[in-house]
Design a protein around this ligand. Structure first.
Ligand SMILES: C[S@@+](CC[C@H](N)C(=O)[O-])C[C@H]1O[C@@H](n2cnc3c(N)ncnc32)[C@H](O)[C@@H]1O
Length: 275
């Protein structure tokens, strides 16, 4: 009998992921139901899902018909394949074209330059790519092979659609700093706010790796800054805000972008509550 009553109690409780977020954030929470649906699709439950959705949604709100999404550091290619799959669905949902790019040496990590590249846990040749195999599996993503310090210039010169999402996963301080050259580019190839995923912010402290790269970038730029997206987990569907994933999401703010100040939300009211 008691067992029956306990079961009834749990059956009556609403299921976690279907609940509302703890707080509502007009930009973030509005996409929660699509986020839940997409995460349930085969191959689309990934660290990048939320960021690509926000990128597509931003482009739609700004009236930009085509965007680019990037992965810096591809290794075997699992992340890039997921990025392709997610982008395809997000593109259809928002009716925004999405180009997918991957950047990697193809032969694994370069030689660490100094202590900032975490030489105690990373070494030259870590995470090589099987280029032929990956190319067979990719459907549309373009690979830029070589040191990012060389390929990023080629990418910028190719005048890509504005970059809206970047995964930084090159492990090193030095490589991440090179990747940041993209955030110095003309505003025509960037969205005013670029969603960034930093995979390695738990592998380092404040004075090495990706965290040091972020603070050095911020210290040397006045009108372009990278900031953690604070409290993101509270605006996600209840039950999905757990896990370290949400502490890896940052935003690159391009304050000098021609469209930075375009309002995306519209006028709202905060009326007095009835007595
Ligand atoms: C941890 S792996 C990436 C894993 C991948 N994002 C995934 O989710 O499957 C890091 C990659 O960064 C690449 N990398 C690091 N520094 C680089 C540089 N300066 N230029 C190009 N690629 C670099 C390495 O070749 C390595 O494959």
């Amino acid at each position: 009998m008691l067992r029956h009553r306990i079961k009834k109690f749990f059956d009556r409780r609403p299921q976690g992921p279907k609940l509302q977020p703890i707080y509502y954030h007009s930009r973030i929470s509005s996409e929660n139901s699509f986020f839940l649906d997409l995460s349930a699709q085969p191959g689309c439950s990934h660290n990048y899902t939320w960021g690509v959705i926000q990128a597509g949604n931003s482009a739609k709100a700004l009236g930009i018909p085509r965007i680019s999404v990037l992965e810096f550091g591809v290794a075997g290619g699992n992340g890039l394949i997921a990025l392709e799959k997610i982008s395809e669905r997000v593109s259809t949902h928002y009716d925004v074209g999405i180009d997918v790019y991957g950047f990697d040496t193809g032969i694994g990590l370069p030689q660490p330059e100094d202590y900032r590249d975490l030489p105690d846990i990373l070494c030259q040749g870590d995470f090589p790519m099987n280029v032929g195999l990956l190319r067979q599996r990719l459907t549309k993503a373009r690979l830029f092979l070589g040191l990012v310090e060389e390929t990023i210039a080629e990418f910028i010169q190719s005048r890509p659609a504005p970059v809206a999402f970047i995964s930084f996963d090159m492990d090193f301080y030095s490589s991440t700093m090179q990747g940041f050259k993209l955030l110095e580019a003309a505003d025509t190839i960037l969205l005013p706010r670029v969603y960034c995923f930093f995979d390695d912010v738990f592998a380092c402290g404040d004075f090495n790796g990706e965290r040091l790269a972020i603070s050095d970038f911020n210290a040397s730029h006045l009108t372009r800054k990278i900031s953690h997206i604070y409290g993101l987990q509270y605006f996600l569907p209840n039950g999905m805000g757990n896990g370290m994933l949400w502490d890896k999401y940052y935003m690159a703010y391009i304050f000098d972008h021609a469209h930075y100040g375009k309002n995306l939300v519209g006028p709202r009211t905060m009326d007095l509550e009835p007595k």
